[in-house]
Design a protein around this ligand. Structure first.
Ligand code: AMP
Length: 198
């Protein structure tokens, strides 16, 4: 028997707005937004041995191997705030991960309720990513043109937010992540939204 939890998957290329929409949905549903990118970055920041291994994958714009991401996700999924559902931002990114997520949810009497695909053209994504900056102290994300940071903020740029690496991240999205969508389309779970006007 399913426990009626609200589990949503957010799909979309890098800088499509998954983080922003994830926080909004999180408030609406009272479930946490879980970003595997953020879990991985926290691990790198903590300087663990796993964190060191992650650098080479993340700074090249490629995907981190399944076992490393999945162990972090599983741990996060069992924290108390995620027991009634979660919004998955950046996971699954491959067909295998879609199966893994289904299995992780099934074992908790849960299932994916909807997959929301945020669509944004490539040129717009590159503009967004190259202007994106984060406040090192608060973690709040700004843009040098669209969403100006407050004066005095200590801004940092994600090392993978450069045009060169972004091209590889987009490539990974197109070749590995979008081919996962038919899996969810067959189950009639996919909703597409225009991410430019959001
Ligand atoms: P993001 O913050 O979602 O843009 O993710 C940043 C980077 O973390 C990606 O370019 C990947 O290297 C890695 N990453 C995040 N989520 C996953 C995942 N589900 N599978 C593999 N790698 C991931």
């Amino acid at each position: 028997m399913e426990n009626g939890s609200m589990d949503l998957v957010l799909f979309g290329p890098p800088a499509a707005g998954k983080g922003t929409q994830g926080s909004r949905l999180s408030e609406t549903f009272g479930t946490p937004s879980i970003s595997t990118g953020q879990l991985l970055r926290a691990e790198m920041k903590a300087g663990t041995s796993l964190g060191k291994k992650l650098e080479e994958y993340m700074y090249s714009g490629g995907l981190v191997p399944n076992d490393l991401v999945t162990s972090l996700l599983t741990k996060r999924l069992d924290e108390p705030d995620a027991l009634n559902g979660a919004i998955f931002d950046g996971y699954p990114r491959t067909y295998e991960q879609a199966y893994i997520l289904d299995a992780l949810l099934y074992l908790r009497d849960r299932s994916t309720k909807k997959v929301i695909v945020i669509e944004v053209p490539d040129e717009e994504l590159i503009k967004r990513v190259t202007g994106r900056r984060m406040d090192a102290n608060t973690g709040v994300v700004y843009h040098l043109e669209y969403n100006l940071p407050p004066p005095g903020a200590e801004l940092i740029q994600r090392p993978d937010d450069t045009e060169e690496i972004m091209v590889r991240r987009l490539e990974a999205y197109k070749t590995k992540t979008t081919p996962t969508l038919p899996y969810y389309e067959e189950k009639n779970l996919v909703a597409r939204i225009d991410g430019v006007e959001l």
